[in-house]
Write a protein of this length. Structure first.
Length: 206
């Protein structure tokens, strides 16, 4: 986490000279989240599998010269895991408001061309709800911490659409915080997820 923040800070300093040339755009994104959790120590005879959820939210993009961008993406996202043990299966569903702050670099390919990009940055999550389902549904909100700090990295492509830009991307997000607050005594639980998003950006200032 410290290395990620250090790289993020250095990149911001390097972009300082181009702040006067910033281009601002906004838009929306949405897609799938294959959520899961990592548990330490790993329980014997227990499997943790991906739980398919959805994510959607807004996008605010600041584009600087030299291919660098900063993108803020407040979104609603469904996380959790499928837990299998002894032939039984239950689901843990945790819904968050996530706020990724991404440093992006776009590789220029020419005017009107598809452009690839890479990204990385910290993610802060605010837990909205948490439920355990195994035939019946039980509220476990008080057993899951309210805040979740993590990081994300990934890559995508931008597709020109007139003055707008459509983007398609994949990313991997991992939690740095232990979210266990009484759900499973003696265990550290952290979130993770593989995400596939698509969205659109509309320029509205410079």
């Amino acid at each position: 986490m410290k290395k990620l923040l250090a790289v993020f800070t250095v990149a911001l300093l390097l972009m300082g000279s181009s702040f006067a040339q910033v281009k601002i755009s906004g838009g929306f994104l949405g897609g799938l989240n294959l959520g899961n959790v990592s548990v330490d120590p790993t329980p014997t005879g227990v499997d943790f599998n991906n739980l398919t959820g959805f994510g959607a939210g807004g996008v605010l993009n600041f584009e600087f010269s030299g291919g660098f961008e900063i993108q803020v993406e407040p979104m609603y996202i469904q996380n959790g895991s499928k837990i299998s043990s002894g032939g039984m299966e239950e689901k843990i569903k945790i819904n968050y408001i996530d706020v990724p702050v991404l440093l992006m670099y776009t590789f220029a390919t020419g005017e009107g061309q598809i452009e690839p990009y890479v990204m990385a940055g910290p993610v802060w999550g605010l837990r909205l709800s948490a439920k355990e389902t195994n035939g019946t549904e039980v509220d476990i909100k008080d057993e899951i911490k309210g805040n979740n700090l993590g990081g994300t990295f990934g890559a995508g492509i931008k597709i020109p659409a007139g003055m707008n830009r459509i983007f398609i991307e994949g990313r991997y997000t991992i939690g740095f915080s232990d979210i266990n607050d009484g759900f499973a005594t003696g265990y550290t639980i952290k979130t993770k997820g593989i995400q596939v998003f698509a969205g659109i950006l509309f320029p509205f200032g410079s």
